[in-house]
Design a protein around this ligand. Structure first.
Ligand code: GLY
Length: 352
């Protein structure tokens, strides 16, 4: 077993302080981490059908060998699972298994499991401890860190949620070895986002894929940690993490979620890059396009300006008649630009 000291450890100081441990094989130490953090307790393990088939037995036997009683709940893989019905059924499962306030939940999977697990942890008995064990690159660099939890409702994605920080994030980078190419690529869009918004040196490192996974995941997590520490509740700087997301979410929704999150964010970042010069900011479109194409992203937007605008009107980031977009000043330096929603339509029509 690898020495604990060889893993990367990133500490977050937010409304709860916690560590994010990153490295190949760190899952083998999960039981030990749980014991030092929470001591004796029972564990509810939430995962999805894909992750369960690949790694379910392994995590249960590791935790059992560490002396934990684990009750496992499996949801079907896919975004449709991030719904109120599944969350209520999982809460009921925990109650029927008599989990108490001193017990804990482990969310073992990608963004859907992490978001639904985190929200369930915040609600069950008014809040129990939870640990994120991300299995996708996207969850490792984004959704498992920072305490945003949510489910989708028919009116939109992530519309019901809470800020609820985990007690630990345990990111075993070997779990990404089994990811299908398109799911891994989804995470690459978020990684490129971090370089584009706040770190030109990271952006440069990404020019020649494949990148060093542990180093890059750790750098993205550090960037997110710094942003979250400054603006945990998303009233300002945290908005930078939404680069490409306003347009990306609209594309995802219009496609009925047949375009994945990362693929949609890549398209959304391109639209934002083309939007920037129309607001007097830098034109990094060609540079960004070249990098995204190196990761085999399809950057076509199959929707009209009016179609995107219609969805953007119900974006949860809209405040009154204004919308704040993340636009590049340069690679590694994005800013938040607030404008009347009507102006978004006018400019989108010049792009699409
Ligand atoms: N995924 C964006 C955020 O955590 O704020």
């Amino acid at each position: 077993m690898t020495e604990l000291s060889s893993y990367k450890k990133i500490h977050v100081d937010a409304s709860r302080s916690y560590d994010i441990i990153i490295g190949d094989g760190v899952l083998a130490h999960l039981g030990g981490y749980v014991r030092s953090l929470l001591g004796e307790c029972r564990l509810a393990l939430l995962t999805d059908s894909n992750v369960d088939a690949l790694h379910g037995d392994k995590i249960v036997s590791l935790l059992t060998a560490a002396g934990y009683d684990v009750c496992k709940y499996v949801i079907p893989a896919g975004e449709e699972s991030k719904c109120a019905e599944n969350m209520l059924a999982f809460l009921d499962f925990m109650a029927r298994n008599r989990l108490t306030r001193s017990d804990a939940l482990i969310a073992f999977g990608g963004g859907v499991v992490g978001d639904l697990g985190g929200l369930s942890a915040s609600l069950y008995l008014r809040g129990i401890a939870y640990i994120q064990v991300p299995t996708t690159l996207l969850a490792a660099v984004d959704s498992s860190v920072g305490g945003k939890t949510a489910i989708d409702i028919p009116a939109g994605k992530n519309l019901v949620g809470a800020f609820y920080q985990p007690h630990l994030v345990c990111c075993d980078t070997t779990l990404m070895d089994t990811l299908p190419t398109d799911i891994y690529r989804d995470g690459c869009a978020e990684v490129i986002k971090y370089g584009a918004i706040l770190d030109a040196a990271l952006y440069e490192k990404l020019q020649t894929p494949p990148f060093d996974r542990i180093d890059v995941v750790a750098r993205c997590v550090e960037i997110k940690r710094d942003v979250v520490q400054e603006d945990e509740f998303d009233n300002g700087k945290r908005g930078l993490l939404n680069f490409g997301h306003t347009f990306g979410h609209a594309i995802e929704k219009l496609s009925n979620f047949t375009v994945s999150h990362g693929a949609a964010v890549a398209k959304g970042m391109m639209i934002a890059a083309e939007f920037a010069p129309l607001c007097g900011l830098a034109d990094v479109g060609k540079e960004l396009e070249a990098l995204l194409e190196r990761y085999n992203f399809n950057l076509e937007c199959p929707y009209t300006a009016e179609q995107l605008y219609d969805v953007i009107l119900s974006d949860k980031k809209r405040r009154g008649g204004n919308l704040t977009l993340v636009l590049p000043r340069a690679i590694g330096n994005c800013e938040l630009v607030t404008m009347p929603v009507e102006e978004v339509l006018v400019k989108l029509k010049q792009i699409l």
